[in-house]
Design a protein. Structure first.
Ligand SMILES: NC(=O)c1ccc[n+]([C@@H]2O[C@H](COP(=O)([O-])OP(=O)(O)OC[C@H]3O[C@@H](n4cnc5c(N)ncnc54)[C@H](O)[C@@H]3O)[C@@H](O)[C@H]2O)c1
Length: 282
C-alpha cells in the first residue's frame, strides 16, 4: 500500500488520505471571501485554496487584495482559480456586479469586520458607534448573506455561509460598545438565517475566534515593545490555555464548516475557537 511520511514523521497510507479527502476536500468548490485582503480573510482563503477550492477575494483595499492573492497563489502552488475584485461591501449594486463576475460559487466566508478602539459608555463617539455597527453587521454579515442567498435560491445552489463572530458575541468585552452589539448581532443573524435558508439546502454557521493578535487588536493587547497591556494580561489570565491563538489554529474550523462531507448536517452554530476562554469556571 502506498505510504507517505508526514511532517511529524508518521507514516500515512493512501487509504487514510482518500478518507480524509472524501470528508474535507474542497476540490471543485469555489469560495467568495469578503474582507479577503484582511488578516483572517487571507489566512482562511489560503486554507480553502490549499484544500482544493477556487477562491475569489473581495475587499475595498486594492493593494491588500493584490498582496493577499499573491500570497495565496504561492502557498497553494497555483495561479488558476485564485482571483480578487475590489468591492465596497456597503454597496449592494457593487456586490451584485461582483456576484455576476464570480460565476457559480458555493461558499461565502464573511471575514470583513473589526473594532475601532474603546471608551467608557458615557464618552462613546456616536460616529464611531454607527461605523462599527455598519462595518460588522451590514458589510460584514447581513448584506453579503442577503444578496448571495438570493442568488443561490434562484440557482438552486446548496451553498454554505460562514460568518465571523467573536467572544463578545457571548460575553461583552469592556469598552467596545458597538463591537459587542455588532458581534452579538452576527451570532443572532447566523441562527435566524440558518433556519430560514435550511429548506433551500443552504447552511449558515459562524466561527467565534478567541484572541488572535491581529492588526485591529494589537494596540489593545500589546505595548509597542511587545509586552502585554493590562487588557492583554487579563485575556491571558482568563484563557485556560494561557496564551493567544495562532492563525493556523482557526483553519480546521473553517475547513470543517465548509466541507459538506464533514458538516453537511451542521447549521446555525457559532463555533468557538478560543483556548477555553468561554469557560466561566474556577
Ligand atoms: N483578529 C482577531 O483576533 C479577531 C477575533 C475575533 C473576531 N475577529 C473578526 O474577524 C474578522 C476579520 O478580522 P481581521 O483581524 O482579519 O480584520 P482586518 O481588518 O485585517 O480585515 C478586515 C478586512 O475588511 C475590509 N473591509 C472593511 N470595510 C470594507 C468594505 N466596506 N468593503 C469591503 N471590504 C471592507 C478591510 O479592508 C480589511 O481588509 C472581523 O469580523 C473581526 O471582527 C477577529
Amino acid at each position: 500500500m502506498e505510504t507517505k511520511k508526514r511532517s511529524d514523521g508518521q507514516e500515512e497510507t493512501g487509504a487514510v488520505r482518500d478518507y480524509l479527502c472524501e470528508m474535507f476536500s474542497l476540490a471543485g468548490k469555489k469560495a467568495v471571501v469578503t474582507g479577503g485582503g484582511g488578516v483572517l480573510g487571507t489566512d482562511m482563503a489560503c486554507a480553502m485554496a490549499r484544500a482544493g477550492a477556487d477562491v475569489f477575494l473581495w475587499d475595498v483595499r486594492a493593494d491588500a487584495l493584490r498582496a493577499s492573492t499573491e500570497r495565496i497563489q504561492k502557498e497553494a502552488g497555483r495561479i488558476n482559480g485564485i482571483e480578487y475584485r475590489k468591492v465596497d461591501l456597503l454597496n449592494e449594486d457593487e456586490m451584485l456586479a461582483a456576484i455576476d463576475a464570480a460565476g457559480d460559487f458555493q461558499i461565502l466566508l464573511n471575514a470583513c469586520g473589526g473594532g475601532r478602539g474603546k471608551s467608557p459608555l458615557t464618552e462613546q463617539d456616536m460616529e464611531n458607534f454607527r461605523f462599527v455597527m455598519k462595518l460588522n453587521v451590514e458589510a460584514g454579515c447581513f448584506l453579503p448573506m442577503k444578496v448571495v442567498a438570493k442568488r443561490w435560491i434562484e440557482k438552486k445552489t446548496a451553498g454554505c455561509i460562514i460568518n465571523i463572530a467573536s467572544m463578545s458575541s457571548y460575553v461583552p468585552l469592556s469598552g467596545v460598545w458597538p463591537y459587542n452589539a455588532a458581534k452579538a448581532a452576527v451570532k443572532n443573524l447566523t441562527e435566524a438565517a440558518a433556519k430560514e435558508l435550511a429548506p433551500h439546502g443552504i447552511r449558515v454557521n459562524a466561527i467565534a475566534p478567541g484572541f488572535f493578535l491581529g492588526e485591529q487588536n494589537r494596540r489593545l493587547l500589546t505595548n509597542e515593545d511587545g509586552s502585554l497591556t493590562d487588557r492583554g494580561k487579563a485575556v491571558i489570565a482568563h484563557t485556560p490555555f494561557g496564551r493567544f491563538g495562532q492563525a493556523h489554529e482557526l483553519m480546521g474550523a473553517v475547513l470543517y464548516l465548509c466541507a459538506d462531507g464533514a458538516a453537511g448536517f451542521v447549521t446555525g452554530i457559532t463555533l468557538p475557537v478560543d483556548g477555553g476562554y468561554l469557560i466561566q469556571n474556577i
